[in-house]
Design a protein around this ligand. Structure first.
Ligand code: SF4
Length: 229
């Protein structure tokens, strides 16, 4: 049966009941990269004390992994500078915005390769990706529970190429397993994806043209070679 839930509306209902700018409501936000997190941080920073958790063992090439990690840190620093100086531009950007912390997970691509065994040939959006979502969300849920965060969620639902229903289903299952709370989302809605492209331009962010793993990179290169993109 098709999933008819509207996760964007569910999130709006939750945050609609929260006062803006109030301290002490802590959100652990898994982030895949700076461009995807740009809109999500802008959207949520008035409601939560956000800690960005950069944990992405799926980025199988070390140079690419560290490049995305550095961009994430640079963007968080830019947002914190806006808060410190009280100078904002654009949507969701008022004096109620709060500073953001960042936590870096371990770089452990071997965990990704272990998960992907037998799924190497799956197309993007298939079973390998579901395992990849779970890998990253499980570490986030575990950390959120251990460190007493009020909520956890992920930036991944901003991508039109990711399965938001599956991401929310995995997040909610992990929340039950670890005894924490998953914040539902479909960040691409309400022009969220479009806004992330605008913000990437505004901050001059590096935007990769493939998802992250060696398989997604090979698929991208094959498409380029065949002239499909
Ligand atoms: S294509 Fe992206 S989501 Fe899918 S397994 Fe690779 S890195 Fe993970």
């Amino acid at each position: 049966m098709a999933n008819s839930r509207n996760y964007a509306k569910e999130l709006d209902k939750i945050i609609g009941g929260l006062p803006k700018g109030a301290a002490g409501r802590r959100l652990l936000l898994h982030s895949c990269c700076a461009p995807c997190s740009s809109y999500v941080m802008e959207y949520l920073r008035e409601y939560f004390d956000i800690t960005v958790f950069y944990y992405n063992p799926n980025i199988t090439e070390a140079e690419e992994y560290w490049k995305r990690a550095e961009e994430e840190k640079r963007l968080v620093a830019e947002y914190n500078r806006q808060v410190d100086e009280g100078v904002f531009s654009g949507m969701h950007s008022t004096g109620a915005a709060r500073r953001i912390d960042i936590l870096e997970g371990d770089y452990e691509p071997e965990c990704f390769y272990e998960m992907a065994k037998g799924l190497e040939r799956c197309p993007e959006g298939g079973e390998r990706c579901f395992g990849c979502y779970r890998l990253r969300l499980e570490k986030t849920a575990e950390l959120a529970a251990g460190l007493g965060y009020d909520y956890f969620t992920t930036t991944l639902t901003i991508s039109p190429l990711k399965n938001a229903g599956k991401l929310n289903e995995i997040g909610e299952g992990l929340a039950r397993e670890y005894g924490t709370v998953f914040l539902p989302s479909d960040f691409k809605k309400k022009d969220g994806y479009k806004r992330s492209v605008e913000l990437s331009g505004q901050f001059g962010l590096y935007r990769q043209d493939y998802c992250g793993c060696v398989y997604s990179k090979a698929a991208r290169e094959a498409k380029k070679e065949s002239g499909k993109i």
